[in-house]
Write a protein of this length. Structure first.
Ligand code: ARG
Length: 459
């Protein structure tokens, strides 16, 4: 008979049982479920709701169940529906009547809210670690490439020269925000829902603060109706995950472009690329592409969860059981992506010469020529127009700004003097942009120092 079977006169239909069961998805929370049950049993004994002897038996039974599950000696059943009732069933089978006391003053509704929070809290720590590993690698690469000049783009058109370090640090900033967003979400995740019961709390004299402390939570939830039906913490995680994946997807897009022969800025390591079953010459950036692709999947998880939650009346509704597939998929996907990203990036070969060559094309120093004229007192708008004509002249004659003669330059503007050639040198153009947050090696070195200190503070 089902644990809830008292008021039923018939067995569930097989289809009902299969359709209703969540064990295939929620079994991964067995450690959290057991930890929550042990804390609950200890509190029940402390409050005199069960005896010390009964508590001992329950805790010992749960610990044995945990060990047996870890060793693969126990099998979950669909008949017991979910992880909570599977474990309760194991307990009753193991210790008999006393096991039936565990569920006093508790509902699966507050139990599942607890388990998901505990599970997510653990994974949040793991994921933060993975982000920090990736940030560490970005920082190392940026430190190596402070002087590696490359073209910066807007609209995918060459714009102004930057450095590879600066470009990598842009991704550092994105992932830094992700790490901080994740950390911030823990404030709201870290509340203990047990004691909320099915929806209306309980008449038993529970010590919720004890359970909170025992399970390492910062707070207890403040409203029983909300506590059993709140999945904001899962939504916040999926939002965080979606933004993180968006960042990785943008980075992937660049790595893919840069790996093309047309760009030739990087070569990914053999270990993190794959070949073609028909074209023998191919070496494809599949991992970067998959990360880009899996971004859609994580967005899907967020949208699924938002849609599940939409218009749910208070309090618990079975719709909420669907939260875990989306949440777990987002957790798993983000972890896998971060895990492959770090070594893929660490082992990539950056082709500094190609990048410098790229920076020299596309008139990336045209703004500098206009700045040069503006420094000499010409209004920037006028300078812009003059340089525009000079660029057009170059395009028509297949030349670059650096090899226009001084005589020709003076026809564009008498303000242009012999120092213009040093001024237009691509490296000089980068070095000049030493404003805080700029790409100049001097500014980037400052940024690197700050980034290293911050990273240190996050560990
Ligand atoms: N398996 C359920 C879930 O994941 C546990 C809570 C079930 N509660 C209930 N009243 N049916 O949401």
């Amino acid at each position: 008979m089902k644990l809830w079977g008292g008021r039923f006169t018939k067995e569930s239909d097989r289809l009902t049982e299969d359709f209703n069961a969540s064990i295939a998805v929620d079994s991964r929370m067995y450690r959290e479920d057991i930890a929550g049950s042990i804390a609950h049993a200890e509190m029940l004994a402390k409050q005199g709701i069960i005896s010390a002897e009964e508590k001992e038996q329950i805790v010992a039974g749960l610990q044995e169940i945990l060990a047996e599950l870890e060793e693969g000696r126990l099998e979950f059943t669909v008949a017991a529906e979910d992880v909570h009732m599977n474990i309760e069933t194991f307990l009753i089978a193991k210790i008999g009547e006393v096991g039936k006391k565990l569920h006093t003053a508790r509902s699966r509704n507050d139990q599942v809210a607890l388990d998901v929070r505990l599970y997510l809290r653990e994974e949040t720590g793991n994921i933060k670690g993975l982000i920090l590993d990736l940030l560490h690698t970005l920082l190392n690469l940026a430190t190596e490439h402070v002087d590696t000049t490359m073209p910066g783009y807007t609209h995918m058109q060459k714009a102004q020269p930057v450095t590879l370090a600066h470009h990598l640090l842009a991704y550092f900033e994105m992932l830094r925000r992700d790490a901080e967003r994740l950390e911030d979400s823990v404030k709201r995740l870290n509340s203990m829902p047990l004691g909320s019961g099915a929806l209306a709390g309980t008449g038993f004299n529970l010590d919720r603060e004890f359970v909170k402390a025992r399970l390492g939570f910062a707070n207890i939830t403040r409203n029983s109706l909300d506590a059993v039906s709140d999945r904001d913490f899962a939504l916040e995680f999926c939002s965080f995950a979606s933004i993180l994946m968006m960042h990785l997807s943008r980075f992937s897009e660049e790595l893919i472009l840069w790996s093309s022969e047309e760009f030739g800025f990087i070569e990914l390591d053999d270990a993190y690329t794959t070949g073609s079953s028909i074209m023998p010459q191919k070496k494809n950036p599949d991992l970067a592409e998959l990360v880009r692709g899996k971004t859609g999947r994580v967005y899907g998880d967020l949208i699924a969860l938002l849609t599940i939650m939409k218009a749910l009346p208070l309090a618990y509704n079975k719709d909420l059981q669907e939260d875990k597939e989306a949440l777990f998929d987002a957790i798993d996907t983000v972890k896998k992506c971060l895990m492959v990203y770090e070594p893929m990036l660490r082992t990539a070969r950056f082709k500094a010469e190609k990048m410098l060559q790229g920076a020299k094309g596309g008139f990336t120093n045209a703004t500098d020529l206009a700045d040069y004229l503006a420094c000499k007192g010409l209004p920037f708008r006028d300078a812009h127009a003059i340089v525009g004509r000079a660029v057009l002249h170059c395009i028509e004659n297949s030349r670059v700004l650096e090899d226009i003669s001084l005589e020709e330059y003076q026809q564009f503007s008498p303000l242009i003097e012999a120092d213009i050639y040093a001024y237009l040198d691509i490296k000089a153009c980068v070095e000049r942009r030493s404003v805080p947050g700029g790409p100049a090696p001097a500014a980037v070195k400052q940024a690197l120092q700050e980034a290293a200190l911050w990273l240190e503070s996050m560990r």
